[in-house]
Design a protein around this ligand. Structure first.
Ligand code: ATP
Ligand code: MG
Length: 278
């Protein structure tokens, strides 16, 4: 069934798999200014922003779970796409075993709720659980796992999926530092070695920044970050939500002012890099 797809190694590393133009996301009304964005094969995109800035809303729109308010959103046809949700999105009361959840990663499309593993998926599932050091939890109900263990299982499920695109919403929020570093190292390898397009929403900025090719920074309200009130007025006059969208390489986007407006601290990308663990 996958034979109609172009062979991965015949494609350039930066081929756009998704293109968004003037994309406005929200609930009845846009909550962010229009976004121009490409998701490219073999590249890793970090999505940053304060709590409530619209990161999950944008991910839900990219996943097709939420209709855009305006603009164009085009995915290349026939892609295999994996989604690792924010851990709170998984109902811990659902009586499933960790191994089942991991095998859902072999599903086509974005859905993770239909446990229909294909034949031959078992080995891939077990291998990825082993890579995340949670193989021994395979037969335990998900509700008996810790938050960080659930996230490792969800990540393993994504790894088992042999995907073209991986979208992850705060995949390490409940993980310890070692787990966090392992995930970002793995994501980097997935992008570079397997040509997967990785999109990851995170607050784990120091662990994630070094691995990213691009940063998308969502800032729906520039008032606290030195934004220009005239720009906001012009945006509103044009019918857009005020604020700003920054997109570029980490060292370009993450300067002192953006750190301050995002996190209330002064720390540039270079300082973080210097302080980061090896
Ligand atoms: N179903 C909904 N209906 C209306 N508004 C919503 C809905 N879900 C989220 N919002 C609002 O949209 C805004 C963006 O929320 P979103 O969940 O996208 O933020 P986020 O950047 O993912 O935050 P966090 O870092 O806390 O996960 C918030 O003001 C939120 O209250
Ligand atoms: Mg969110």
């Amino acid at each position: 069934m996958t034979d109609a797809r172009p062979r991965r190694d015949s494609l350039g590393p930066g081929e756009p798999l998704m293109t968004a133009r003037g994309l406005q996301v929200g609930y009845r009304r846009a909550i962010l200014p229009p976004i121009d964005l490409e998701i490219r094969r073999g590249r890793m995109l970090l999505v940053l922003g304060r709590n409530g800035s619209g990161k999950t809303t944008l991910m839900r729109t990219l996943l097709g779970l939420l209709p855009p308010i305006a603009g164009a959103l085009d995915w290349q046809a026939g892609l295999r796409r994996a989604f690792v949700p924010q851990s709170g999105a998984i109902d811990a009361g659902v009586p499933v075993r960790a191994g089942d959840v991991a095998s859902w990663g072999r599903m086509r499309g974005w859905s993770f709720l239909w446990p229909l593993p294909r034949r031959g998926d078992r080995a891939a599932t077990i291998a990825s659980l082993r890579a995340l050091e949670v193989e021994r939890l395979r037969h335990q109900p998900l509700r008996d796992l810790s938050g960080g263990q659930v996230q490792r299982v969800l990540f393993a499920r994504m790894l088992a999926g042999d995907t073209d695109v991986a979208v992850l919403d705060e995949p390490t929020a409940a993980m310890d530092g070692a787990g966090e570093r392992a995930v970002y190292k793995t994501l980097r390898a997935l992008a570079r070695d397997r040509g997967i397009a990785v999109v990851v929403v995170t607050h784990a900025v120091s662990a994630a920044l070094r691995t990213a090719d691009q940063v998308l920074l969502l800032d729906p309200d520039t008032s606290a970050g030195g934004g220009d009130a005239r720009d906001d007025a012009a945006a509103v006059a044009a019918g857009h939500s005020p604020g700003r969208i920054l997109l570029g390489p980490p060292e370009q986007v993450m300067h002192d002012e953006t750190f301050r407006s995002l996190f209330g601290v002064t720390a540039g990308f270079e300082k973080l890099e210097a302080a980061d663990v090896a």
